[in-house]
Design a protein around this ligand. Sequence first.
Ligand code: GTP
Ligand code: MG
Length: 309
Amino acid sequence: MSNQKSAFIAILGRANVGKSTLVNKLVGQKIAITSNKPQTTRTKILGVLTDNETQFVFIDTPGFHKPHNILGDSMIKAVYDGMSNVDAAILTVDAVPHFTVNKDNIPKAELSLIDKLKEKKIPVILVINKIDLLKEKDALLELISAYSELYDFRAVIPLSAKTGDGIAILKNELKNYAKESVHYFSSKDSSDQADETIISEFIREKILRRLDREVPHGVAVRIEKLYETDTKEGEPIIHVEAVIYCEKDSHKGIIIGKGGNTLKSIGIDARKDIERFYGIKASVKLWVKVKEDWRNKQNIIQSFGLLNK
Ligand SMILES: Nc1nc2c(ncn2[C@@H]2O[C@H](COP(=O)(O)OP(=O)(O)OP(=O)(O)O)[C@@H](O)[C@H]2O)c(=O)[nH]1
Ligand SMILES: [Mg+2]
């Protein structure tokens, strides 16, 4: 059809500012996992929203940070890859940052993202996320003025990806960047990810949410089997068998927990997401294995589908 339009929009920002929460809200479905731990997202993830003639392709990216291992290097490559060939970018920042707001305190990661976007001449929208946490309206004005000194943003939109407040304003702004083009995805698609990837991510999310410190950062999940059968009652059921890889024997013990309780809870939590995703019953079986220091081993990172080039 000749009146079709597409807009490719990169979502960029530091870790934990709510990029994946924002993509899920824009798409209207959970396609990217979220957690309060930094470095939750590890690859470039496409979220698709088709609104009549316009198809938006949102590119969720890992949090921009200084990498400490080969996995981290690969995540930064995914950020750069995510901002290439887009029609616009959303720089997402926190409405309640950990620093006192003025232009000299803006984190290096954000400055360096802005530099890259300037270099590439990409139109940038500044999204100030988590406004539901703001106690004083004045703080927002200070934030807007500090960031506006750094770059001529096309728009500055305060919103809450959690509550959805302000999302309609952002969607409206994004229409300005759509260009006449065929749609690259079917209108039924909401992501470019294989089912196995989405399900392995659901499982990893439960580990991120349940465990602290180093353990969840060193976890990767691989789906070994995924198949559908009928229950005795004749209802369809999806079976998932997955291995959770971690970096140390001590971590394996923590993931399994006393009497296997932690692993059991991870499976129950993940099952709920999987059932919602497929709209049928699910059964989840999990195993835990150790692959020492895998985040520094390129071939293992690649075998987990996490190597961004
Ligand atoms: N109160 C509040 N919390 C939010 C909002 N958006 C995101 N969060 C929370 O912030 C945390 C980080 O959200 P994510 O979406 O995982 O952040 P991210 O930027 O994708 O993080 P990385 O993938 O690690 O770079 C989670 O605990 C979210 O629930 C918001 O609008 N309001
Ligand atoms: Mg994320």
